[in-house]
Design a binder for this molecule. Structure first.
Ligand SMILES: CC(C)(COP(=O)(O)OP(=O)(O)OC[C@H]1O[C@@H](n2cnc3c(N)ncnc32)[C@H](O)[C@@H]1OP(=O)(O)O)[C@@H](O)C(=O)NCCC(=O)NCCS
Length: 410
C-alpha cells in the first residue's frame, strides 16, 4: 500500500486551534489556552503554511508582517514563527520544504527584503541562509553587590502602575525609541496585546506585570516592565525581580529606572533576559561581573532580496565594495554586487568589476544589523578577502554606533 501524499495548504481560521495543539505538543507546553487565545490573534492565515497527512496536522510555519529597525532605517521584514514538525514526521524534509516555499513566497511578493526569526536551536536555520544577527545578555544578578552612582536632581519622577493600565503611554515611548534600535520590531495593536498578555499560568508564581514610568521635563520618557516573586530564606528576604523590558529615551530615565529595579525592598536577585550586548548597565554599576551576564542568541536574519536589503540600511562609514555572494536557495541573490554608500544611504547594483570580498548569504544576515564584524567572519574563514585591504576599508562600514538588540520573542 502506498501512502497518500502530504498536503501543503494555507491555513483557515477554523484550523488555528488545531495548530495551537500541535505547537503545544512540540514545545512541551507553553501554549496554555489563555496564551493561545492571544497568540492566535497574531496569525495571518494567508501567511500560515500547514502540512497535513490526512486527517492529521503534521507541520506548520507562519510569518508575521512587521517592520524591523536596521542601522539608520526601518525595513519591512517577514517575522517567521510557529515552525514545527510532528515527531511522527520529522527528518523527512518537511521543514526544508516549508522554508523553501516560505522564502520563495517572501521573495516573489517583493515587499520584504529580509526575514527574521527566533530559533529554538541554533543549528536549525543556517542551512536555509539565516545568520545570527543579534545576540543578547541574560543577566542573573546578585543585586546585593551592585551599586549605581548617587541620584541627581535631573533624574525626574518615577510612578508605579499596572502595565495594562498605561498601554497608550508604553506604545508612545516604544515608538519614539524604536527607530534608533536596530533589531527592534514594530508593534501594532495585536502585538501590544501579546506583549502585555499576562496569563497567570505563565507567571511562575510571581506577581502580575507591573510598569514603572519615568516622567522627565516633557512627560513620560521611559518605562520598565517587571514582576517580583517573594521568597524568604532562613537568613531573611530573598525576593526575585524579573525585568521584561526597559525602554528609555533619556539617560535620566535609564539610570532612574535601573536604580529602582535593582533596589526594590526585600529583593536580592534580578533576572533580565533581554539585555543588549552593549547594555549601558554594564557601564553603570560598580561591579559589572555581579550582573551575572551570559551571552546567548537573539534574532536570526535571512537576506531575501539582496540589493533591496543592502540598499535599505545605512553604513557607519563611506563604503564602495564589490561583494561575491553565494545563495543556493534564492539564486537571484548570487553573484557580484557593488555596494556604494555611507551614513546617508546606499545603493547596491550588479557589478562587472572584480570581487573584493566573498561570502555566502548567511554572512550577510550576520552583518546586516551591525552585530557581527567582517573581521570576525574573515578570521573564521567565512568571509574571504579577494583584494588585499578590502577588509580594513569595507569592514567598519557594516558596524553601527550601537549594538543591535532584540525585544519580545515571537
Ligand atoms: C526543528 C524541526 C522543525 C525540524 O523539522 P524536520 O522536518 O525534521 O527537518 P528536516 O527533515 O527538513 O531537516 C533538514 C535538515 O536539518 C537537520 N535538522 C533538523 N532539525 C534539527 C535539529 N533540531 N538539530 C539538528 N539538525 C536538525 C536534519 O537532520 C536535516 O539534515 P540533513 O539534510 O543533513 O539530513 C522539528 O524537529 C521540530 O518541530 N522540532 C520541535 C519544535 C522546534 O524546535 N521548532 C523550531 C522552532 S524555531
Amino acid at each position: 500500500m502506498t501512502n497518500p501524499p502530504l498536503r501543503f495548504t494555507t491555513a483557515r481560521e477554523e484550523e488555528f486551534d488545531e495548530l495551537g495543539e500541535l505547537l503545544g505538543a512540540l514545545f512541551h507546553g507553553g501554549f496554555d489556552s489563555e496564551s493561545w487565545a492571544v497568540e492566535k490573534t497574531l496569525l495571518e492565515p494567508e501567511r500560515t503554511l500547514l502540512v497535513r497527512d490526512n486527517p492529521d496536522l503534521v507541520a506548520s510555519a507562519t510569518a508575521f508582517t512587521r517592520e524591523l529597525t536596521v542601522p539608520g532605517a526601518r525595513v519591512p521584514a517577514a517575522h517567521v514563527s510557529m515552525v514545527g514538525v510532528a515527531p511522527t514526521h520529522r527528518r523527512r524534509g518537511l521543514l526544508t520544504e516549508m522554508m523553501r516555499r516560505q522564502l520563495r513566497e517572501v521573495r516573489d511578493a517583493g515587499r520584504e527584503p529580509v526575514a527574521v526569526l527566533w530559533a529554538s536551536e541554533g543549528r536549525i536555520y543556517p542551512r536555509f541562509g539565516y545568520g545570527l544577527a543579534t545576540q543578547r545578555l541574560v543577566a542573573e544578578a546578585d543585586t546585593t553587590e551592585l551599586r549605581l552612582p548617587d541620584p541627581t536632581p535631573a533624574e525626574g519622577r518615577l510612578r508605579l502602575t499596572r502595565a495594562v493600565d498605561c498601554r497608550a503611554t508604553l506604545t508612545r515611548v516604544y515608538d519614539e525609541v524604536r527607530p534608533d534600535r536596530p533589531g527592534w520590531s514594530s508593534r501594532g495593536e495585536v502585538w501590544w496585546d501579546y506583549v502585555l498578555a499576562d496569563p497567570p499560568a505563565q507567571r511562575g508564581g510571581a506577581t502580575e506585570r507591573r510598569a514603572v514610568l519615568h516622567e522627565g521635563p516633557d512627560g513620560v520618557d521611559g518605562y520598565g516592565l517587571f514582576r517580583t516573586k517573594g521568597e524568604w530564606a532562613a537568613t531573611g528576604p530573598n525576593a526575585l525581580t524579573t525585568v521584561d523590558e526597559v525602554v528609555t529615551g533619556s539617560p535620566a530615565a535609564y539610570v532612574a529606572m535601573w536604580r529602582l529595579l535593582l533596589s526594590l525592598d526585600l529583593t536580592r536577585r534580578l533576572t533580565y533576559r533581554a539585555a543588549a550586548v552593549d547594555e549601558p548597565l554594564l557601564r553603570l554599576v560598580d561591579e559589572p561581573r555581579r550582573l551575572g551576564a551570559t551571552l546567548v542568541d537573539g534574532l536570526w536574519l535571512r537576506v531575501v532580496d539582496l540589493p533591496a536589503a543592502l540598499a535599505g540600511r545605512r553604513y557607519a562609514t563611506p563604503v564602495d565594495v564589490v561583494l561575491e555572494v553565494t545563495d543556493d536557495l534564492l539564486p537571484e541573490n548570487a553573484g557580484r554586487w557593488r555596494l556604494t554608500g555611507g551614513p546617508d544611504g546606499a545603493t547596491c547594483v550588479p557589478a562587472d568589476q572584480p570581487a573584493e570580498l566573498a561570502c555566502d548569504v548567511r554572512c550577510l544576515g550576520e552583518l546586516y544589523l551591525g552585530g557581527a564584524t567582517v573581521g570576525a567572519l574573515a578570521t573564521a574563514g567565512r568571509v574571504r578577502e579577494l583584494r588585499p585591504g578590502a577588509l580594513a576599508t569595507a569592514g567598519p562600514a557594516f558596524g553601527w554606533h550601537r549594538a543591535p538588540a532584540s525585544r519580545e520573542v515571537f
